[in-house]
Structures are given as C-alpha cells and as structure tokens.
Design a protein around this ligand. Sequence first.
Ligand SMILES: C[S@@+](CC[C@H](N)C(=O)[O-])C[C@H]1O[C@@H](n2cnc3c(N)ncnc32)[C@H](O)[C@@H]1O
Length: 379
Amino acid sequence: MGELRGTHVPVLLERCLELLAPALDRADDRTTVHVDATLGLAGHAEAVLATHPRTVLIGLDRDTEALAHARARLERFADRVHLVHAVYDELPEVLARLGHDRVDGVLFDLGVSSLQLDAPDRGFAYAQDAPLDMRMDQSAGTTAEEVVNSYSHGELARVLRVYGEERFAGRIASAILRERERHRLTSSARLAELVRESIPAPARRTGGHPAKRTFQALRIEVNRELAALETALPAALDALSVGGRAVVMSYHSLEDRITKQVFAGRARSTGPVDLPVELPGTGPMLRLLSRGAELAGEAEVQANPRAASVRLRAAERIERDGGTSTATTRRAVRERPGRVAGVTGPAGAGAPGGSDEVRRDMSRPAGDGGGTTSQGEGR
Ligand SMILES: C[S@@+](CC[C@H](N)C(=O)[O-])C[C@H]1O[C@@H](n2cnc3c(N)ncnc32)[C@H](O)[C@@H]1O
C-alpha cells in the first residue's frame, strides 16, 4: 500500500463540517455516531473525528484498498472507529451488527475516489491502458470487460445514453459489437479509441475527452451505483436520530435527482392535502438544510477540479408532527418551499445550471459546473 495521504482533497469539507456540527455536538454531551457511507481515503472522516472528540465513526467502503488506506490514516482515532467492507445499501445490517439503532450524522460523498481513478491497473481511466475492470470492489461482481463483451446492442446503448448522457450511444454500441466479432474487447485504451472513432469530428471538439461519458456510464453500470443509492439513502435517513443530519454530495445529475427526490419525499407531509391538521404519523420527517443543490465555489474548483461537478444537499431529521394520537396543526418545515418543489421532470432535472442550484461563491457564473458527468474519468 503506497503513501497516499494528502493526494485526495476532500470536497466541500468546511461546508460538510458546518452542516454536521449541530448533529454531532449535542447539548447533553452524549456520544454521537457518524456514518461515513463512502469512506474513501477518509479525508472527511478524519476531519469529523478531529473536530468531534465524542463522536464514534462507522466508515463503509466497498473498496478494500480504500479501507486499508483509511485505516492507516485514522489510526490515532482507532478506539472510536469501526471500518466495514460493505456496499452502502447494507447499512441497516451493518448498524444492527454494531448494535446501533440510531445514528446522528451521515455523509455520502458519491462516486469514485482519486485512488481508484489514478490507479493504473483498475480500468477507470480512459487516459491509461488497463484491463477493463472498473469494479470498486474487486472481490465481487461483473467487470466492464464482461459488460462490453456480453450486453446486446440495445443494452449497451441504453447504458451509455442513460448513465453517460451520450448522444452517440448507438454508434458506440455498434462499434463495440463490430470489434467483438473480431476479438474480445479487453483494454481501456482500445475502448477509448473505439469511442473516439465513433463520434463525429465536430462533436469531438466539445465536451471534454470523447470517451469520458462512456467510461462513466460503464462504471455506473458495473457498480450498480444508482440502485445502491436508491436503497441506501432512505435507509440512512430512517436511521437518523431526531436532530441527526445527512449530507449527500453527488457528481452526476442522476445521483442528484435521486437525492433530491428522496429528501423531498420525506420533507413533506404524507397526509391528505386538504386537511388543515396533520394526522398522526403523517408529518414531514426531514427539514431541508440546503437551498437547492449547493455547488463549490470558484476558489475550491481551481484548487480541486473534482469539486467542479459537486452538488451538495443536506437535511435534518425532525420530530414528526402528528406523531401522537391527536391531530396537530400543520406547519411548514422547509426553509424555502419553492426551491424543492417539482422533483420530477426530464432527465437532467437537478443538472448543472438547473434552477434550484446555489453556488456558494457567487463570483462563479451559473451553469459552468463542468457537465453532468464529470468525475474526471480520464485523469
Ligand atoms: C469520492 S470517494 C470518497 C472520498 C472521501 N470522502 C474522502 O474524503 O477521502 C467515494 C468512495 O466511496 C466508495 N463507494 C462508492 N460507492 C459505494 C457503495 N455503493 N458502497 C460503499 N462504498 C462505495 C468508493 O469505493 C470510494 O472509495
């Protein structure tokens, strides 16, 4: 295991700490529990542990290599740290095993880490030739090689179009199938070349490296990233104590859309709309803390290009109105109701430049978030 400390800069670190602080430092000085569902190289986790001496950390990652680095980095907090090799949709089982039915903080910093992107042998990067693996957990699951060599034309085109928002998905899928007839496609460099050849020259001149969207789409498919988030996020919110807080950082419009929908669903009443009172158990269980999706400021993006596509959303668990046997008067819990309404919409809702985004550093012009699919696969 090489020395990696300092090579991964945690995104929106100060903002995450600010949002989590009230949940982790309670007035009664009790020990609090924080879940880092995407531990990675433990940049956020280290800062949380250093800031909150009474907080216990449960850190999950599906990548054993990331866990090994995180373990070394967090050594000085070892008596307050539980690191678990798990996919985050296994969170309820992990909490049960560790004997925690409630947690106070949850952080999801989605996607890949620089450890994975920069590894020359894991196939995430189109700029380096490597076997087409792309699994975050190299001990299980289907590789990108299996996907490109076994999916039908229609399946491949759907993955590229939906997860990569690739306009030329059909052409790329056709090129992959033609290649497959000659020999098995095994190398990331060859795939990148096929993609480049499939995209018309004028289109290649915009939108970054032509293979970026295809590599991201395959990575999302291989790791079932969106399905895992759809299961994990509701479970994490349900595990929050009253006053507990969740922060989610997405780097893809579909991740952000899932987050927005899950948060919005829990921030509104489930009771009949025409009743002036909240019925027992139907009140909102979340208060939204972020105004739409927050973006990184210009200075952070300059210093850390990975921050260019981040979308942060946060929420706090509240006592449910109507939780008693008598109905209670309805009250609004959203800080800005209008900004979270209309969670449905076309693909790309919640995408960069979307109307509900808030840039924290207003010196940065709107809509330059670097595209919806920019976690830097090629670096
Ligand atoms: C962006 S990195 C996190 C970086 C971290 N916040 C830090 O400061 O170092 C995302 C990490 O989440 C992990 N990951 C992604 N999807 C996961 C999932 N479904 N379950 C568990 N871990 C996951 C990846 O393996 C990666 O290490």
